[in-house]
Every structure is written in C-alpha cells, then in structure tokens.
Design a protein around this ligand. Structure first.
Ligand code: GCO
Length: 452
C-alpha cells in the first residue's frame, strides 16, 4: 500500500515570491515591498518587484504545470492586491487576475489550493499596528469574506495562515524578515494570539460566505524531531521533544503553541507556565474562536533533528555525523522527517494531513547542453518521498504533497540567491527551463509514487 488513489500531487508557490507587478493595477503596498527597499536587509538588494513575472506569464506557468501532470497547485493570494488598504475598497483588477488564474488552472485539470496569507501583510494595516491591533483578527476575517465571495464557487480548498512561526518569529523577534523588528517577547505573544484569532475568523468567514462546502486547513511549520531508533523509548523521547516548548527568547519556533489552540482550543500547559509573565489576556471566547473546526491539517516540512532517550530519562539530541549532507542553504538533509512528522502530527491532532511544502535549494546551473542537471534534487526528493510513502503505508492519512517550489523564485531575505524550483528561471529573460527533477517528478506523479 502506498499513496492514496486520488493523492494530490502538487507544487506550491506564494504571491510575493513569484507574481511581480508590485506596483501595477491598483495593488496596495505590503510590508515586504517596504522592507526590500531598506539597505542591507535582502541579499543583493533584491526585491520581488518583478520576481518571476507570473502576473503576466501565468498562462505559460499553468501550461507547464499541466505538462508536468500536477493534480494540485497551492498558491497564495496577495491580500493588498485584493484589498489595497487591507480592508474596505476591493481592487477589481486583483480579483480579475486571480479569477483568470483559477479558470486557467481548472481548464488544465489542476485543483487550486488557496493560501490566504503567505507573509505579504498590507502596509496600511501595519501602520495601524498590524497584528498588535485588537481589530486585526476582524481585518483578516473581512479579507477571507471577500475571498469566499469571489472564488469559492470554483475553489474548494483553503489554507489560512502560512507558517506563523516564521512571519511572527523571523519578522518580529529575530528581525530577519519583514518588517524587520525585534519586539519585546510580550508583544510577539500578543501578535501570535491575534493571528490565531484571525485564523479562526477566517475559518468562520470562509464557511459563512462560501458558495459551497469548503475544505479548510492551516499551514504551520517547524523542525521535526525524529527518533534515533524504532525503540519505543526513543520514539517517546522524540515525540515529547517535538511537542515541547523552547525558552521564551526563542519561543515561536515550535509546533504545539501554534497548533494545540487550533485543534484543542487550549494552549499547551507547558507554555502557559513558561511564558506566563509575557502572555496577553486570553479568554474562553478567544479559545473558542481559535479552535473553530478545520477539516485538514497542513504542515511545511523541510528537515528534522534526531533525538533519543538519554540515560537520565530525558530526550537528548543525537549529533549528526561529521560531513552529514546539507542543502545549498545549509539545511540538514533528513528524509526521516517525512515519516515521523506526519505520524506524530496525526497521532496528536487526528486530522487528514497535507505536506503543504517540502523541497530544497540547490546550486543549479544551466549546462552547456542547455539543460539543468539537478541530480541532487532528485535524490533528495526520492529519499523524502520514500519516507512519506512509508508513513502512508503505515496508515497515516496523507492526502497530498506540495513540492516547494514549482519554479525558482524570490527567497525572502536570501533574494534570488537560492533556487528551490523544479523549473529553472532565468530572471533576465524570464525564460523557464525544465530541470531534470521536473521530468522526474512528472514520472512520479504518473506512477502515483509507485516508482519510488
Ligand atoms: C517557507 C515559506 C516559503 C519559502 C520556503 C523555502 O516555508 O519559509 O513558506 O515561502 O520560500 O519555505 O524557505
């Protein structure tokens, strides 16, 4: 037994990373538009102003997806392209763009999966305090309503937030991502609480204004902790470490603070104790809103760390062997995370799982023969997918897998230095070139993963 019969083989992208057209057709500014103009924030002074010019080339890009045999495509909507000020006036040109994209996808037999928010926060709302503002959950709910009203006749699958761990942690604690702040911990825990409430409001709005029953999920991330051996005590050590919480200075990088409230309607006890001095006011009504039921659980999974049970009965990390493999971005290569991640998540949250992102950055080059021979990517994906298949065979209900990314794109603070795509993008000419991995992925989809 391998992947389910109607498995959603997909690829993912996000609005700011591919669209370009940053100042066109009435789009409002977002925090990344502004951040990229600050000196020294983004590698090489790169911006997403043009990116992959997908806004003008989406037909060509959908044709590529069709040729690749993708069953599903996960993309995000640019909130300020739809609502230039974040709330209020709707930008019809923005709606038109996404309608054309959706129709093109459906015409190609590809199921659209919409992410509502993948980091391009409206600058006008940021000026009002952004997620610090108590009205911010309502703003996000209003946006979700507009999305439901305009697209839910044709699009049935939605994810609310992409990686709150990153847009709060990297954006407001570490300051490496937009808006580049290092805020007091107390402020960031308030923002987190408001983002979770925003998630709940969006789920409600999608259900209330959806033109048909919708499938709604969430797409958080974080490092997977996986066991050194199959022995129950190591498995227990990894499980425990995976759902435990870091110290307060680095609190955002974890699973349970972000997912327990959404699924169980309660923050984990460990965090309530550890972070007590920094917490905002949390009411029963808040928790009810945050845990508005969702249908599917998405997780972006890139890597993990190995854990075993220590002599003292506490989980301990197993050091990686000298010279262990890493990606171009120096992320550890750990295929086991696609077995243990979905398994642990399903045991705890009991929801059907989607891998909403997985992939790697490689130093890809166009060779003399005009092709891109990314054997390293094929190897990585084959090993990771083999582990995912093993999880599926063990009974984990995995509904889909989205390769990050369809094509090379703007990798946030790393600019265009990292190439995550199945398709190579020559940014000067905007030419798309199939990497070897793209042909390989096509063959995997055709065989429903039986060739892995
Ligand atoms: C994320 C984002 C993507 C990134 C990708 C590679 O997961 O950080 O969703 O936008 O580009 O993960 O870092």
């Amino acid at each position: 037994m391998g992947f389910q019969k109607d498995f959603a083989w997909g690829a993912a992208t996000s609005s700011y990373q591919i669209e370009g057209a940053a100042y066109e057709d009435g789009k409002g500014l977002h925090i990344w538009d502004v951040f990229c103009r600050e000196k020294g924030k983004v590698f090489g002074g790169d911006t997403g102003d043009v990116a992959c010019d997908h806004y003008h080339r989406f037909k060509e890009d959908v044709a590529i997806m069709k040729e690749m045999g993708l069953k599903a495509y996960r993309f995000s909507l640019s909130w300020p392209r739809i609502l230039p000020e974040g709330t209020g006036k709707v930008n019809e040109a923005g709606i038109r763009f996404y309608n054309r994209l959706i129709d093109e996808l459906l015409g190609a037999g590809i199921e659209p999966y919409i992410t509502l928010f993948h980091w391009d926060y409206p600058y006008e709302l940021y000026k009002k305090g952004g997620w610090m503002n108590d009205e911010s959950p309502e703003w996000f709910g209003e946006y979700a309503k507009v999305v439901a009203e305009n697209f839910s006749d044709r699009v049935t699958h939605y994810f609310t937030l992409n990686e709150p761990q990153c847009f709060i942690g990297l954006g407001f604690l570490q300051g490496e991502h937009a808006p580049g702040l290092r805020c007091p911990v107390k402020d960031t825990l308030l923002m987190a609480h408001n983002t979770l409430k925003g998630h709940g409001r969006a789920v409600q709005a999608l259900r209330e204004f959806g033109k048909q029953p919708l499938t709604v999920g969430y797409a958080p991330t974080s490092t997977i902790l996986y066991p050194a051996t199959k022995h129950e005590e190591d498995v227990e050590a990894a499980r425990k470490a995976y759902f435990s919480l870091p110290d307060v200075e680095n609190w955002s990088w974890n699973v349970s603070w972000w997912s327990d409230p959404v699924i169980f309607g309660a923050y984990p006890e460990e965090g309530l104790k550890k972070y007590e001095a920094y917490l905002p006011k949390i009411t029963d009504a808040d928790m009810k809103l945050i845990s508005e039921p969702i249908d599917i659980y998405g997780q972006n999974i890139y890597n993990g760390r190995c854990v075993r049970m220590g002599q003292d009965g506490k989980p301990e990390e197993v050091k990686r062997p000298a010279g262990a493999q890493t990606t171009a971005m120096d992320w550890p290569v750990t295929p086991q995370c696609l077995y243990w991640g979905p398994k642990f998540l399903q045991e705890r949250y009991h929801k059907p799982i989607y891998i909403t992102e997985n992939g790697l950055s490689c130093r890809d080059v166009v060779s003399a023969d005009g092709r891109v021979h990314d054997a390293g990517r094929i190897d990585f994906l084959a090993n990771y997918l083999a582990e995912l298949k093993r999880a599926a065979a063990d009974g984990v209900d995995i509904r889909g897998y989205f390769q990050w990314s369809l094509m090379d794109n703007f990798e946030w603070a790393r600019g265009y230095a990292e190439r995550f795509g199945l398709i190579y993008v020559d940014y000067d000419s905007q030419q798309r070139i199939w990497k070897d991995s793209a042909y390989w992925y096509k063959s995997v989809i055709e065989a429903n993963g039986e060739n892995i």
